[in-house]
Design a binder for this molecule. Structure first.
Ligand SMILES: Cc1cc2nc3c(=O)[nH]c(=O)nc-3n(C[C@H](O)[C@H](O)[C@H](O)COP(=O)(O)O)c2cc1C
Length: 230
């Protein structure tokens, strides 16, 4: 695939063929992703390739509470974990997570319940000591530091695409960050940025659902005129 096609069609893949991903393929993916940008070229990313079956199951078990909470909050009509959510209202709808978990236990399970059997599971950490979080002292929620690690996460997916792989960036496990850090030996000064899951896709999406340019781009001011196609 050429770059433009890759950008337009690299969707989230959560269903994988059983074929293992050879280590040399994964190594090439990481070798390409390391050229990602980061603030001051700090390259604070650290990747743990989670191979041990017990650790994989533990990671799945740390993913699931967030997943059921996410589904419950969404079912309650709220945007899960938006930094501007009313926390009390969110907690009320999140209480439905146990019901979601019970209902899920009746079924065959999906991506979340079978996370441990994905071909590749990568825990992506970032070293906080090298991240430039330029908005760290603001009253509002700070997120600029993430910009020094998420381009890397995305490049893992793009580089994977070049190798015929698909995958998804997941963040549910961050809800259980202390336990994930203990599980994978991450020191205090590291934060969990994502768990990346990769494998050979069952289906490759052709068309992604995304809003058009003029719906999110304006001229000179956020409430300025839409930037239209020439
Ligand atoms: C920061 C971030 C966090 C995400 N977290 C999760 C997650 O925890 N679990 C999951 O299944 N997908 C997760 N996704 C994948 C999104 O759901 C997906 O990118 C989005 O729905 C678009 O899907 P599409 O590319 O297939 O259209 C995450 C994506 C991003 C960028």
């Amino acid at each position: 695939v050429d770059l433009s096609d890759a950008l337009r069609t690299t969707g989230a893949i959560r269903e994988f063929r059983p074929d293992p991903v050879p280590d040399d393929v994964l190594w090439r993916v990481l070798d390409a992703a390391r050229f990602s940008p980061s603030g001051a070229n700090s390259q604070g990313w650290r990747v743990v390739v989670v191979q041990d079956p017990e650790k994989r199951r533990a990671l799945r078990d740390l993913y699931l509470p967030g997943w059921y909470e996410y589904l419950a909050i969404r079912a309650g009509g709220m945007r899960p974990w938006s930094p501007v959510n009313d926390r009390d209202a969110e907690a009320r709808v999140a209480a439905g997570a146990q019901g979601v978990r019970d209902a899920a236990a009746e079924g065959p399970g999906g991506f979340a319940e079978h996370l441990d059997s994905a071909p590749v599971v990568l825990a992506l950490f970032v070293e906080l000591g090298v991240v430039a979080a330029v908005d760290r002292d603001f009253e509002r929620y700070s997120f600029a530091g993430g910009a020094s690690v998420y381009p890397f996460a995305w490049n893992v997916l793009l580089a994977g695409r070049d190798e015929g792989l698909g995958g998804v960036i997941t963040t549910m496990c961050i809800r259980e960050e202390p336990a994930v850090k203990a599980l994978l030996g991450a020191p205090d000064e590291y934060a969990l940025a994502a768990v990346l899951v990769l494998g050979y896709p069952v289906h490759q999406p052709r068309k992604l659902t995304r809003a058009p340019v003029e719906s999110f781009t304006t001229v000179d001011s956020l409430d300025g005129p839409a930037f239209l196609a020439p």
